[in-house]
Design a protein around this ligand. Sequence first.
Ligand code: PRP
Ligand code: MN
Ligand code: MG
Length: 180
Amino acid sequence: MMKDEIKEVLISEEEIQTKVRELGANLSKEYSDSFPLVVGVLKGAMPFMSDLIKRMDIHLEVDFMDVSSYGNEMVSSGEVKIIKDLNTSVEGRDVLIVEDIIDSGLTLNYLVELFHYRKAKSVKVVTLLDKPEGRKVDLTPDLAGFIVPDEFVVGYGLDFAERYRNLPYIGVLKPEVYQG
Ligand code: PRP
Ligand code: MN
Ligand code: MG
């Protein structure tokens, strides 16, 4: 079974759902006078985005972007390639970017700058997980669910080689799994 490959549950399903309700309530207040464009970053943000918007008791529009980091770790230019762009114009819109995790910050740094360049009225970021130790650029989310240590975490959208996204909790893999 997939769960036999998990060393430790870091954040349980219940803890996640409680936090998502709290974040949703905060965001409902934040955007009570707006009609925000909520942008999920594929693929990792998918489960969080799905749960979060159901806890936002306001009118909103959803859209998705798929991006991938260019090159390798030696290049910290923050260059990101757009795989799938938005279907919607962000001009004059309040944009809320939804992420599963911020590590180096390169992905979000690129998206925040892109949406400002495209004349969004405001750009904010909500992330379920924040890994501050991984940062390569100065980026602070407007809202974060949990701070995680510098460990390889999977589940609830986060993958290892595309697997484990469908775990309902955040866990740490057993070393033998990623050591082959
Ligand atoms: C992961 C994660 C974030 C990003 C965070 O996505 O979902 O989007 O990396 O890392 P960063 O802060 O160092 O940029 P990934 O590019 O692996 O794609 P995925 O969401 O499809 O797994
Ligand atoms: Mn991602
Ligand atoms: Mg990934």
